[in-house]
Design a protein around this ligand. Structure first.
Ligand code: ATP
Ligand code: MG
Length: 210
């Protein structure tokens, strides 16, 4: 599961955990982007975002963090990340890329997106405000690759698209950044350790005493 995680919140964490339990995976790996290609101005540095994801999953045995995008000097293209994961895991191991529906519907804007299904499956998760809609390009792609049964995700290494609904949590990092910059608390939208870290480092315009 890739993302800017600027900052990580319970929408991300609950999605990762529910996918892990649903498919009985040994682990779900969160991969924070280094220099996000689609964003000009991330709210804070890649190192802060990575540290916050690490704090968020520290006590979750089935969630882990992969720093390859943050540590790479190359732009964070998912195609590169998937290719490097595939190199490491070999041709047979199934890989699933998990993303929210907002991200899925923008896939045609991602570099080399047509290569993704030769490297992984895609699980697109509905998100409040973002359910599947047959938008141009994605409609045919989805119809062509959609799979009905989740078994295929763990039986074949790549090639399927599965649209899935989990517990809907209408939390976004944008909302959290806005709350903090307005002097309001984002508590309970994210793990306490992450909120403490934001206060300690005065991220997102946090000012003490507010
Ligand atoms: P921002 O508002 O800054 O875009 P975000 O909350 O969308 O932040 P991202 O880091 O952009 O978080 O998202 C990483 C991935 O997690 C994306 O695939 C996104 O669709 C998904 N995601 C984010 N929030 C949720 C949520 N509440 N429920 C399900 N998926 C989510
Ligand atoms: Mg987003």
């Amino acid at each position: 599961m890739g993302g800017t995680f600027d900052p990580v919140h319970h929408g991300h964490l609950r999605t990762a955990l529910e996918i892990q339990q649903w498919l009985q995976l040994s682990q779900v790996t969160m991969i924070p982007s280094g220099a996000p290609v689609h964003r000009q101005h991330p709210g804070c540095s890649a190192e802060h975002r990575l540290t916050m994801v690490r704090l968020a999953v520290a006590d979750a045995a089935s969630l882990c963090v992969d720093a390859r995008e943050v540590n790479s000097s190359k732009p964070s293209y998912s195609a590169l990340t998937l290719a490097s994961l595939r190199d490491e895991l070999g041709p047979e191991r199934p890989i699933c890329m998990v993303m929210g529906m907002d991200a899925y519907l923008t896939l045609p804007q991602w570099k080399d997106w047509h290569t993704f299904l030769s490297l992984c499956h895609i699980i697109a998760v509905a998100r409040p405000g973002y359910r599947y809609q047959p938008v141009a390009q994605m409609d045919e792609f989805t119809r062509q690759h959609a799979i009905k049964s989740s078994h295929l995700l763990t039986e074949k290494p790549c090639g399927g698209v599965l649209i899935h609904e989990l517990t809907p949590l209408g939390i976004s990092a944008t909302q959290i950044r806005e709350l903090i910059s307005q002097g309001q608390s984002p508590r309970y939208l994210m793990p306490d350790q992450v909120w403490e870290y934001i206060k300690q480092h005065q991220l997102y315009g946090y000012k003490r005493g507010k």
